[in-house]
Design a binder for this molecule. Structure first.
Ligand SMILES: *[C@@H]1O[C@H](CO)[C@@H](O)[C@H](O)[C@H]1NC(C)=O
Ligand SMILES: *[C@@H]1O[C@H](CO)[C@@H](O)[C@H](O)[C@H]1NC(C)=O
Ligand SMILES: *[C@@H]1O[C@H](CO)[C@@H](O)[C@H](O)[C@H]1NC(C)=O
Length: 584
C-alpha cells in the first residue's frame, strides 16, 4: 500500500466517526407520506409499505436455487447475498425512509418482484424506469443494474437461476474497473436466424457515477416505442440521448441487412478489371518522329548589345583567403569559393550567351497505341455476399417481445449496505419526474447538507481500487454483466449442476473474488506474522507460541462473531475484504 493510499484509508476511517457528528448537526425530519396519483398501470415502490424484512421478502423474492460441487458434494446457494429493509445510516434520509438494502458484499446477489399487472411496451407507448441507488461503503467492483423480465409468479422467482430466463431490458449502473464503469442499457431480441435470445447493448454508455461521495443517485431510462428514441438520465440530468436505430450505437445492431460482403474474400488473380486496354495490333505510323525534342532554341532571339561573353559570370570571392592551417601538400590547392560577378549586373549579362528556348512545332512525343475495349473485361470485382451473422430486420426495436412482469436485480455485489429505493416503472415521463422531484431531490439535498456539516476528511474516497486479477486471463474474466450475457440463453441451469459448469456459466466472477479473498487472507497472515517478528522481539520459541495464541484468538473471535462474514483489517487499517468461513 502506498503512503497516499494509506492516508486516504485513515481519513476514511476517521471520517466515518465524524460523519455521525456532522449528521447530528443537521435536522432530520420524518418522511412525509407522498400524496401523488399515478396511472393505474404504473408501479411505484418506495418500500414504505413493509413493516419488517420478513414482510418485504414476501413481495421481493430471493431465489433459493442451490448448486452442488461435483467433487465434494457440498451445496451452496446460487445467490447467497441477503437483503433487508433498512434506513440509510451513512448519509441519512428522512426518518423512517426505508430502502431495500443489500447486506452482503463479495457475493452473487438476486432479488425480484413479480408485478401484479404486467406492463406492455408496444403500440407506441413509452417505457420509463427510474430508481435510486445509494452506496454507503463505496464500491470496489459491483453492479446495481436492473433487469426487466417477462411475467413470473413468486414461486417461479424462488426457482430463478439466471440465464434460464431471458430478460427484456437491462438498465443501470455497473462498475468494475478497469473493465467497466457505465450505465448499461440493453434490450433482448430474438435472433431471427438462430432463434436465440440476443442482447443488444448500448455502446459508449454513460459513466456509472458509482463513485465520489455517498449521496443517493437517481437513474432514469426513457424509451419511446414509437420514435425509437431513448434517453438516460442520472440525477435527473440527461446524460445520453439517441435512437435505437442509430448506426453503430447498439451492438449487435437492431436492424442489419441479411447479406453482407465477405470481407475475407480476395479478388481472383485472373479477374480482369481493366475496361480499356492498348490496342495490341496498332503499329506506330512512319511519319511519327519520336526524336524531335519538345523545346528548341528560338532563332529570332538576338544577343543584347551590352552582353559581354568575355567577362566571367562567376569570380572567386574577393575577401576569402586561404586559412592558415591549409597545407597544399595535404589538402590540395586552395581555391576561393565562387560568387556571381557583380559587374554582370550592370550590363545585360556576361558569360556565354544562349538564345531562349521555345516549343518545337515538329514535336510528336512518344507514340502510344490507341485504347480499345478490353474483350476480357469482367467488370469491377466485388466481394461475394454472405449471410450476415448480425442479421436483424427490426425497425421497431422499442417494442418489447414480451410484457414486463418482473423487476429483478441480479448482479455481483461488491459492497454491502447498498440501498435501492423509489423505484418507478410505467409509461409516463411526467410521473417519474414528479416522483424524482418529490423524493430524490429532497433526499439528496438533505444528504448534501450532512456532507457539508462534516469535516473535510469525510470526503476522502472510501474506495480501495482493486488490482486487476492476474491469475485468470483477461478474456476469461468478464465481470458482472458480461459473463452472464455471453452464456445467456445457452443452458438451463439445473438445481445441482456440476462444479465445472458452475464456474463457467454462473459465477466465474465469484470464484475469482473468492480466490482473491483467500489469497489476501493468507497474504495478510504472512504480513502479520512478519511484522510480529521483524520487530526484533522474541526468539524461535516465542514465534511458535505467538502463532498459537493468534490462532486461538482467531478461533475465539470467529465463534463470537454473529455475522456470517469475517471482516479483515490489516495493520495499516485498510479493509482488505471479507472472506467466507467456509473457504478457510
Ligand atoms: C400496502 O400494504 C397493504 C397491506 O398489505 C395493501 O393492502 C396495500 O395495497 C399496499 N399498498 C401499496 C401501495 O402497495
Ligand atoms: C406459478 O406458475 C407455475 C407455472 O409456471 C404454476 O405451476 C404455479 O402454480 C404458479 N404458482 C402460483 C402461486 O400461482
Ligand atoms: C420537476 O422539477 C423541475 C425543476 O423544478 C420542474 O421544471 C419540473 O416541471 C418538475 N416536474 C414535475 C413533473 O413536477
Amino acid at each position: 500500500m502506498t503512503g497516499k493510499a494509506m492516508l486516504l484509508c485513515a481519513m476514511a476511517l476517521a471520517g466515518g466517526v465524524n460523519a455521525i457528528d456532522g449528521a447530528s448537526d443537521v435536522n432530520i425530519p420524518a418522511l412525509e407520506p407522498l400524496d401523488v396519483k399515478l396511472s393505474p398501470e404504473s408501479l411505484w415502490e418506495d418500500f414504505q409499505n413493509y413493516t419488517s424484512t420478513d414482510e418485504l421478502l414476501q413481495k421481493w423474492r430471493v431465489s433459493r436455487m442451490a448448486l452442488r460441487d461435483a467433487k465434494t458434494g457440498d451445496t451452496r446457494l446460487m445467490y447467497p447475498a441477503t437483503w433487508s429493509l433498512q434506513e440509510p445510516y451513512s448519509l441519512k434520509s428522512f426518518k423512517n425512509d426505508n430502502c431495500l438494502n443489500l447486506e452482503t458484499a463479495h457475493s452473487a446477489a438476486m432479488i425480484g418482484h413479480a408485478l401484479a399487472n404486467p406492463l406492455e411496451v408496444a403500440n407506441g407507448n413509452k417505457l420509463v424506469v427510474q430508481y435510486e441507488v445509494q452506496l454507503q461503503r463505496g464500491l470496489e467492483c459491483g453492479g446495481a443494474f436492473m433487469k426487466l423480465l417477462p411475467p413470473m409468479n413468486g414461486t417461479e422467482l424462488l426457482r430463478y437461476s439466471g440465464g434460464s430466463v431471458p430478460f427484456e431490458v437491462i438498465f443501470g449502473p455497473d462498475k468494475c474497473q478497469p473493465y467497466t464503469n457505465e450505465v448499461h442499457f440493453g434490450l433482448k431480441k430474438t435472433n431471427p436466424t438462430t432463434n436465440k435470445p440476443e442482447v443488444k447493448l448500448l455502446t459508449n454508455a454513460p459513466i456509472s457515477r458509482l463513485d465520489g461521495d455517498e449521496t443517493v443517485r437517481l437513474y432514469t431510462l426513457i424509451m419511446d416505442s414509437k420514435s425509437q428514441d431513448f434517453e438516460i438520465r442520472v440525477d435527473g440530468k440527461v446524460v445520453k440521448v439517441g435512437n435505437l436505430l442509430d448506426e453503430g450505437l447498439f451492438k449487435p445492431p437492431f436492424h442489419a441487412p441479411k447479406k453482407v460482403p465477405d470481407l475475407k474474400a480476395k479478388k481472383p488473380k485472373n479477374w480482369d478489371e481493366r475496361e480499356f486496354i492498348p490496342d495490341p495490333e496498332a503499329i506506330k505510323p512512319e511519319y511519327w518522329d519520336e526524336s524531335e525534342p519538345l523545346m528548341i532554341p528560338d532563332d529570332t532571339d538576338i544577343k543584347p548589345a551590352s552582353w559581354d561573353e568575355n567577362m566571367p559570370e562567376y569570380i572567386p570571392e574577393p575577401n576569402h583567403f586561404k586559412p592558415k592551417w591549409w597545407e597544399d601538400g595535404e589538402d590540395g590547392e586552395w581555391v576561393a569559393p565562387l560568387v556571381r560577378n557583380p559587374q554582370c549586373f550592370e550590363i545585360a549579362g556576361c558569360g556565354p550567351w544562349q538564345p531562349r528556348m521555345v516549343e518545337n512545332p515538329d514535336y510528336w512525343g512518344p507514340w502510344n497505341p490507341p485504347m480499345i475495349e478490353n474483350p476480357k473485361y469482367r467488370g469491377k470485382w466485388t466481394p461475394p455476399l454472405i449471410d450476415n451473422p448480425d442479421y436483424s430486420e427490426d425497425l421497431n426495436p422499442g417494442t418489447l417481445e414480451n410484457p414486463i412482469g418482473v423487476i429483478l436485480f441480479e448482479f455481483w455485489s461488491g459492497s454491502k449496505d447498498l440501498l435501492i429505493d423509489n423505484l418507478y416503472l410505467g409509461h409516463h415521463v411526467e410521473e417519474a419526474e414528479l416522483l424524482g422531484n418529490r423524493t430524490f431531490i429532497p433526499k439528496r439535498k438533505l444528504q448534501e447538507q450532512q456532507l457539508e456539516a462534516e469535516v473535510i476528511g469525510r470526503r476522502g474516497h472510501i474506495e480501495h481500487p482493486k488490482k486487476p486479477p492476474t491469475m485468470f486471463g483477461q478474456s476469461e474474466y468478464k465481470p458482472n454483466l458480461f459473463d452472464r450475457l455471453s452464456d445467456y440463453g445457452d443452458t438451463l441451469l439445473e438445481k445441482f449442476s456440476q462444479q465445472s459448469s458452475f464456474i463457467q456459466n454462473i459465477l466465474g466472477g465469484s470464484i475469482l473474488v473468492l480466490i482473491l479473498m483467500v489469497t489476501s487472507y493468507f497474504y495478510l497472515k504472512a504480513v502479520l506474522f512478519q511484522q510480529k517478528y521483524s520487530g526484533g522481539s522474541g526468539t524461535g520459541k516465542d514465534k511458535k507460541g505467538d502463532e498459537k495464541t493468534e490462532e486461538k484468538r482467531e478461533k475465539k473471535q470467529q465463534a463470537n462473531e454473529p455475522e456470517p462474514h469475517l471482516e479483515q483489517v490489516d495493520t495499516k487499517g485498510k479493509n482488505v475484504g471479507s472472506t467466507k468461513r467456509k473457504t478457510k
